[in-house]
Design a protein around this ligand. Structure first.
Ligand code: AGP
Length: 606
């Protein structure tokens, strides 16, 4: 994940900018840079690799300005070179950016046609020239940014300074977090409170869609419609904790809200965003020749694998065998010669998953693991490691790790499909485009939690809850049920919707909420029939769907309206409402959301 810092200082800021960037090193990066305003002119220093390379540069070419921005870059668009390092700038404006500008190609083409010259491969530079163009049109810096933000599509955070403006910094948040720090005659900007801890513990977190005009005297914050808003300042504990809850009540809430950012970074690790294709690491096996994929995991990670079964079989036309690790480790499953075995684990320490990995390795499988902890035992015992870039996941109930696991598995399915020729280049670009649009849609979903709070009030009265889904929504129904039961302690079961008539329908009466995960895909009409069977027996249906009301021919207790996305990506998007429903129900129930009873974050014993 990239890191953003900014300081409106009373003394030269270069050293403090680098110190703040150092506190963001945990996010991972491959280049860094800072820019300041000196006697009205924008001046910049950048370096590849670690911060020490930037510090060396500053020793010989110091910066003196009292207004500056800094950035640690985790390369998404363009290689990790100095040329692509942030800040990006023109003579008039300098920008640091975290996230993905989806429509950067169109913006760049339009700006080049208007005479702008680009010198990097990054999406960020499109923002720089867009603001510059508005400035050339006579707008003030604030109006130029306001206008530019209307043209940007994607999940991003921005820090912006201007030539000739020693007491101005503008920040914008759309999907990637940003915090403003309040000092004495100074103001600060950071990707999180950790970066600002040396300067202040009085923090204002920008909300989704906010942008802020900062001066040394304070900050004016506007919402996405440009309306002035007040956001509370909170005391941050980041100075004592490497990971803090931000302005959230629980780690689980913070981690749900981090998903646009961490999914962007995970996807970018497996894609070439410029060409819009998948760039998958070498697994040490010829993907064009594998005749079966074996997947094994536990809990939520297993449900990610179950979604991948549908994806790999449909996109790559390769049969997938999947089983929970606690079963697979003992049933002595016969395995194909030269097969690929994929293990999914947030912690990388789950005992059953590790034992199954060892069984598969001993039986000649090529082992690839999808883990959130690269130094974990499962990672160390794998032939190939495919990291999720979710950052530390503290809440016992897995959320951002799950959607990052799905992000990696989606890219794996596409990579195998391309290697086997079951999808062509155009189909690959279409699938990748759907994935890169997800962070924006997720950011839109988590912007308004009221519908989920209302549903939680009703669910909290239930004794049993049923989740239904078909196709790739079936594993999401299973995962939604697990989320609810593990943090609210309400019994919940996920079922394939087509299985309803084979028993579960006996459960249905007016006291049983039924949550139906149903994007308007080719299975939707069949799921509608199941919903009618439920409604006919008084079941209270909560529908999660992008289908319009006229397509829904039965009574609903609630309808979570979803944005239209590609069928391939619905599991990632539809996981979000199930996470929020579980979270808010647990809050109503008053359970320990981050540390539910009887559970551990990593099950390292059988
Ligand atoms: C997820 O919400 C649960 N906490 C649990 O099912 C978890 O997914 C499972 O224990 C696997 O853990 P791992 O991903 O670290 O292997």
């Amino acid at each position: 994940m990239c890191g953003i810092v900014g300081i409106l200082g009373k003394t030269p800021v270069a050293t403090n900018l680098v110190d703040a960037l150092r506190r963001l090193e945990y996010r991972g990066y491959d280049s860094a840079g800072i820019a300041t305003v000196e006697s009205g002119t924008l001046v910049r220093r950048r370096a590849e690799g670690k911060l020490r390379n930037l510090e060396k540069r500053l020793l010989t070419e110091p910066l003196e300005g009292h207004t500056g921005i800094g950035h640690t870059r985790w390369a998404t668009h363009g290689r990790p070179t100095e040329r692509n390092a942030h800040p990006h700038m023109t003579a008039e404006v300098s920008v640091v950016h975290n996230g993905i500008i989806e429509n950067f190609r169109e913006l760049r083409a339009d700006l080049e046609a208007k005479g702008h010259t680009f010198d990097s491969d990054t999406d960020t530079e499109a923002v720089v020239h867009l603001i510059t163009h508005e400035l050339h049109a006579g707008k003030s810096p604030v109006e130029a940014v306001r206008a530019a933000l209307q043209h940007l599509q994607g999940a991003f955070a921005l820090g912006i300074i201007f030539a000739g403006e020693d007491d101005l910094m503008i920040a914008a948040r759309q999907g990637s977090p940003l915090a403003i720090g309040h000092g004495t005659g100074e103001m600060y900007l950071g990707s999180d409170a950790i970066a600002l801890a040396p300067f202040t513990d009085v923090i204002t977190y920008l909300e989704e869609g906010d942008w802020a005009v900062m001066h040394r005297s304070g900050a004016e914050i506007f919402d996405k419609d440009g309306v002035r808003v007040d956001r509370p300042s909170v005391k941050s504990v980041a100075s004592s904790l490497l990971v803090d809850k931000g302005n959230h009540r629980h780690f689980m809430a913070k981690e749900i809200h981090e998903q646009p950012e961490v999914i962007s970074h995970t996807l970018a690790n497996y894609m070439d965003m410029v060409s819009g294709s998948v760039r998958f690491p070498e697994l040490g096996i010829d993907l064009s020749k594998i005749n079966r994929v074996t997947i094994s995991a536990c809990g939520t990670a297993y449900y990610a694998g179950l979604v991948a079964k549908y994806w790999i079989e449909k996109v790559a036309r390769v049969p997938v065998e999947i089983d929970v690790a606690s079963e697979m480790r003992y049933r002595e499953a016969p395995l194909p010669a030269d097969g690929l075995a994929v293990f999914v684990s947030q912690s990388g320490e789950t005992a059953d998953t590790l034992a199954t990995l060892r069984y598969c390795k001993a039986n000649g499988q090529r082992i690839a693991s999808i883990v959130n902890v690269r130094t974990s035992t499962i990672a160390r015992e794998s032939h190939a490691v495919l990291p999720t870039l979710a950052g530390p996941e503290i809440g016992v109930a897995s959320t951002k790790a799950f959607t990052c696991q799905l992000s990696v598995l989606a890219c794996l399915a596409i990579a195998i499909g391309r290697a086997r020729g079951s999808i062509n280049a155009a189909q690959e670009i279409e699938l990748v485009k759907g994935l890169t649009e997800l962070p924006r849609h997720i950011a839109g979903l988590i912007r308004n939690e009221q519908p989920f709070i209302a549903i939680a009030q009703e669910l909290s009265k239930a004794r049993d809850v049923l989740y239904l889904g078909r196709g790739t929504s079936y594993p999401i129904a299973l995962e939604g049920a697990l989320k609810l039961k593990e943090i609210s302690y309400i019994h919940a079961e996920g079922y394939a919707a087509g299985e309803l008539k084979h028993g579960p329908i006996a459960l249905i009466d007016e006291n049983v909420p039924v949550i139906v995960v149903a994007p308007e895909d080719d299975l939707f009409d069949k799921t509608i029939s199941n919903m009618q069977e439920v409604a006919a027996r008084g079941g209270q249906i909560i529908l999660i769907s992008d289908a319009p009301a006229e397509k829904i021919s039965c009574k609903l207790a609630a309808h979570i309206h979803m944005p239209k996305v590609s069928a391939f990506t619905t599991p990632l998007l539809y996981a979000i409402p199930t996470q929020l429903i579980a979270y808010h129900t647990a809050v109503v129930m008053g359970t320990d959301v981050d540390q539910p009873r009887n559970l551990a974050k990593s099950v390292t014993v059988e």
